[in-house]
Design a protein around this ligand. Structure first.
Ligand code: FAD
Ligand code: DHB
Length: 388
C-alpha cells in the first residue's frame, strides 16, 4: 500500500492531523495500536484554547463542540479556601472552551470512519528509512504483516510510542523534570460546584474543581507518588476536596459515586529536535507538561497546526522551507507552554521542600495576581493560549 503521510497514533494529534490533511486533499493512513472503544474511553483533558477550537472548526469537527462545549471567560484561584477570579475576557479579551478529550476524539473518529480510518489494533508498528527519501512503515494486522510506503511519517503516538524511539539518541536531546507527586482524578455525574474552574493552593496540597458539562464534574487532588487508589474510597476524596477547595466550594459541592478514578504522575519533558529526516513528531510523542494549566492537548493541536501548514505548503508548491522550520517553530511555542505549566505547578502545589518561607512566597504571589492587573493579565494571556 502507498499513501502520502503515515500517521502513527490515533489520539487527538493524529486524528486532527489526518482530518486537516483530508480537507486539503492529502492522503494519510492512521495506525492506532488500541481499539476505538479504548481510545475514546480514556479520560484526560478538558480545556481547549481558542486556537485549538479554531483548528477543530477548520477540520470540520466543531459542530458538536459548538453546541455542547462550555465557554469559560475566567478561572478562580484559591489559597486556603478563599478565592478570587482571573477574568480572561476583561484582561485579554479571550476565553477557553470546556469540552472533553473523549468527546473531541469521538467527533474526529466519526469523521475518519467515513474513509475507514484509523486502522485500529495495528500491532508492532515499525518505522523504516526515515533518513532517506522513501520511508515506509510496517505493522501487523490480525497477525498478518503489512507495509505502507509514504512521503512522510507523523509520529503522533504519545509519550510511550515508537516514533520518538526511532530517532538516534546522538542526534537529539532530552530536557526533563519529574515532580514528586501525582494528581488523583475523580469523574462523577453530579453538577459542578461552581460555574468556573477553581485551582486551589492549600496547606494539605493542591486541588482542582473542573467539569465536563453542567451535569458531569471532574475533580483532582494532589497525592504523594506511589499512592494506592485502594486507599482512596470516594468519600475520602470528597472530604479532601471539601477541605482543600474551601467552605464556599464545599457548600455547593454535590457528592456522588465516581464513574472513573485514576492517578496521573506529573512530568515536564521536551525532546529536541521534533524532526528527524522524514519523521515529524507531534504532541505527547515530543513533549509532556504537568497538567496544571491544561496545556497538553492544546500543545498537540498547536504542533498539528505547524505540521499541517508545512505539509500542505510542500504539496502545493514543492517548498521544503516549512518542513525545515517545523521543529523550530513548534518548539518555540512548546517551551512557552512548558514554562507556564512549570510555573503554575510550582505556584499551586505543596512540594516536600515547601517550608514556611516557600509557602509565604506562594501566598504572596497569589495575592499579587489578585491585586495586580498586569500580573493577572500575564497569567490570563498564557492560560487562554499564546497566538501561533
Ligand atoms: P495521546 O493522546 O497519548 O495519543 C497517542 C495515541 O497513540 C494513543 O491513542 C496510543 O494508543 C497510540 N499509540 C501509542 N503507541 C503506539 C504504537 N506503537 N503504534 C500505534 N499507536 C500507538 N491536556 C490539556 O490540554 N488540557 C487538559 O485539561 C488536560 N488534562 C489532562 C488530565 C490528565 C489526567 C492527563 C493524563 C492528561 C491531561 N492533558 C490535558 C494532556 C492531554 O491528554 C495529552 O496531552 C493529549 O492526549 C496528547 O495527545 P496526543 O495525540 O499527542 O497523544
Ligand atoms: C482539567 C485538567 C487540567 O489539567 C486543568 O488544568 C484543568 C482542567 C480537566 O481535566 O478538566
Amino acid at each position: 500500500m502507498r499513501t502520502q503521510v503515515v500517521i502513527v497514533g490515533g489520539g487527538p494529534a493524529g486524528l486532527l492531523l489526518s482530518q486537516l490533511l483530508y480537507t486539503a486533499g492529502i492522503d494519510s493512513v492512521v495506525l492506532e495500536r488500541r481499539t476505538r472503544e479504548y481510545v475514546e474511553a480514556r479520560i484526560r483533558a478538558g480545556v481547549l484554547e481558542q486556537v485549538a477550537v479554531d483548528l477543530l472548526e477548520q477540520a470540520g469537527a466543531g459542530a458538536r463542540m459548538r453546541r455542547e462545549g462550555l465557554s469559560h471567560g475566567g478561572v478562580k484561584l484559591a489559597s486556603d479556601g478563599e478565592w478570587f477570579r482571573v477574568d480572561f475576557e476583561a484582561l485579554v479579551g479571550k476565553s477557553v472552551m470546556v469540552y472533553g478529550q473523549t468527546e473531541l476524539t469521538k467527533d474526529l473518529n466519526d469523521l475518519l470512519a467515513q474513509r475507514d480510518q484509523p486502522i485500529f489494533e495495528a500491532e508492532n508498528v515499525d518505522l523504516h528509512d526515515i533518513d532517506g527519501s522513501a520511508p515506509y512503515v510496517t505493522y501487523l494486522k490480525d497477525g498478518r504483516p503489512q507495509r505502507i510506503d509514504c512521503d512522510f511519517i507523523a509520529g503522533c503516538d504519545g509519550y510511550h510510542g515508537v516514533s520518538r524511539k526511532s530517532i538516534p539518541a546522538k542526534t537529539s536531546q532530552v530536557f526533563e523534570r519529574v515532580y514528586p507527586f501525582g494528581w488523583l482524578g475523580i469523574l462523577a455525574d453530579v453538577p459542578p460546584c461552581d460555574q468556573e474552574l477553581i485551582y486551589s493552593n492549600h496547606e494539605r496540597g493542591f486541588a482542582l474543581a473542573s467539569m465536563r458539562s453542567m451535569t458531569r464534574s471532574r475533580y483532582y487532588v494532589q497525592v504523594p507518588l506511589g499512592e494506592d487508589l485502594e486507599d482512596w474510597p470516594d468519600e475520602r476524596i470528597w472530604d479532601e476536596l471539601a477541605l482543600r477547595l474551601g467552605p464556599n466550594a464545599a457548600a455547593n459541592m454535590t457528592r456522588g459515586p465516581s464513574i472513573e478514578k485514576s492517578i496521573a504522575p506529573l512530568r515536564s519533558f521536551v525532546f529536541e529536535p521534533m524532526r528527524h529526516g522524514r519523521l515529524f513528531l507531534a504532541g505527547d510523542a515530543a513533549h509532556i507538561v504537568p497538567p496544571t494549566g491544561a496545556k497538553g492537548l492544546n500543545l498537540a493541536a498547536s504542533d498539528v497546526h505547524y505540521l499541517f501548514e508545512a505539509i500542505t505548503d510542500f504539496y502545493r508548491t514543492g517548498a521544503q522551507g516549512g518542513l525545515d522550520a517545523y521543529s523550530h517553530n513548534a518548539l518555540a511555542r512548546v517551551w512557552k507552554a512548558e514554562r507556564f505549566s512549570w510555573w503554575f505547578t510550582n505556584l499551586m502545589h505543596r512540594f516536600p521542600e515547601t517550608d514556611a518561607f516557600a509557602r509565604k512566597m506562594q501566598l504572596a504571589e497569589l495575592d499579587y495576581l489578585r491585586r495586580s492587573k498586569v500580573g493577572a493579565a500575564a497569567m490570563a494571556e498564557n492560560y487562554v493560549g499564546l497566538p501561533f
